[in-house]
Write a protein that binds this ligand. Structure first.
Ligand code: UT7
Length: 333
């Protein structure tokens, strides 16, 4: 059976840098609190009229395609992961298809929040393995800033998130010792209310109900941070071990651990637990905050730019987030 290989990675970040100090002027928070609890120093916020979830994804995709030595016409299929689409429907995948000007290729939108990119990668991997498509674009893109409650009421969530986009090109690979070795996907819907935005939605008799715009617990993200934190640590460990075991590897075999950037303390806990040296872990939450589905492809693109990805390197990708959903992917470059 064919394998699929990442042959290009790109990212795009909105220009506007928002520091913790900037947030201090909007709400009762402090640079010290945000750094201590999350590791975040600044994040990017989209500019209205310039950035959209789809066009940021397209910009990241163009770079990924160019780095793959391809043109948009080489793309057979698009997978787009986001929790912050431009329209309620359709999802942004079709806009990317239009913006790239690529005929009528299929576009699939994935809604798995922080795990969205790995879920998308897994779907694309299955399409390639079965021979249905040869070259697939997988994108993660988010504009959170537009929906955050940037007042003291929303500070428990809003200081954590940022905007950005990342993309990879996956291509069929004959050598089955290379590429995506396995993906592992999980969910636990009993925690769906623990980190969510509910409105507008069908949990009400009328989707756009009177008073909705003042109902901040419904229209802005809510999160039980400590419960998410505890579950994240457990599930990250499990899904990483699952991927290593499935392929007969030990944690020392890894060249790089790329963990979804939700909180630097979670990433550092995992690093200590796995006894990995600093050069085998890549964190960028300090600069971008939590960019949800975009986080992992942004990291892959930064590593690509820095020429740190070497042939034969073994990479572990892992994510956990709203749903709860969690996932891992083991990759041999
Ligand atoms: O990508 C999705 C996955 N998300 C995650 O993985 C997030 C996981 N959870 C976390 O990262 C942490 O739980 C947080 C960073 C969200 C919060 O850290 P914490 O140590 O769990 O703090 P806390 O929620 O227990 O809040 C401690 C205090 C509270 O005040 P009191 O009740 O002790 O007086 C909060 O009201 O900090 C207060 N607080 C803030 N203070 C200043 C909450 N947010 C802020 C803020 N600035 N932004």
């Amino acid at each position: 059976m064919l394998h699929s290989k990442i042959v290009g990675a790109g990212h795009y970040l909105p220009e506007r840098v928002v520091t913790n100090k900037d947030l201090e002027s909007l709400m009762d928070t402090s640079d010290e609190w945000i750094r201590e609890r999350s590791g975040i120093e600044e994040r990017r916020f989209a500019t209205f009229g310039v950035d959209t979830t789809a066009n940021m994804g397209t910009k990241a995709a163009r770079i990924a395609i160019e780095r793959a030595g391809m043109t948009p016409d080489d793309i057979d299929f698009i997978v787009f992961a986001t929790l912050s689409p431009d329209y309620y429907f359709p999802g942004p995948g079709v806009t990317v298809q239009k913006e790239l000007g690529i005929k009528t290729v299929g576009a699939l939108d994935v809604r798995n929040q922080c795990s969205g990119f790995i879920y998308g990668l897994s779907v694309a991997d299955q399409f390639i393995k079965t021979g249905m498509y040869k070259t697939i674009l997988v994108i993660g893109s988010e504009i959170h800033s537009n929906g955050l409650d940037l007042t003291t009421r929303g500070r428990g969530v809003s200081v954590l998130f940022g905007d950005g986009a990342g993309a990879v090109v996956l291509q069929a690979e004959q050598d089955t010792t290379k590429g995506i070795l396995s993906t592992h996907l999980h969910s636990e819907g009993e925690f769906s209310d623990v980190l969510c935005v509910k409105a507008p939605g069908n949990f009400k008799e009328v989707k756009f109900y009177p008073g909705m715009l003042e109902d901040f617990d419904m229209i802005a993200p809510v999160m039980d941070g400590q419960l998410v934190f505890k579950n994240a640590i457990t599930r990250f460990g499990e899904v990483i071990t699952e991927a290593l075991d499935a392929n007969g590897y030990k944690k020392d075999d890894l060249d790089m651990l790329v963990v979804h950037q939700a909180n630097l303390r979670i990433c550092q806990f995992l690093q200590r637990q796995m006894r990995l040296p600093d050069e085998k872990v890549y964190n960028n939450i300090q600069k971008y905050g939590n960019t949800t589905a975009a986080t992992i492809p942004i990291i892959l693109s930064e590593l690509w730019e820095q020429k740190r990805i070497k042939p034969n390197d073994l990479y572990m990708l892992a994510a956990f987030g709203s749903g709860f959903t969690w996932a891992s992917a083991l990759i041999r470059w």
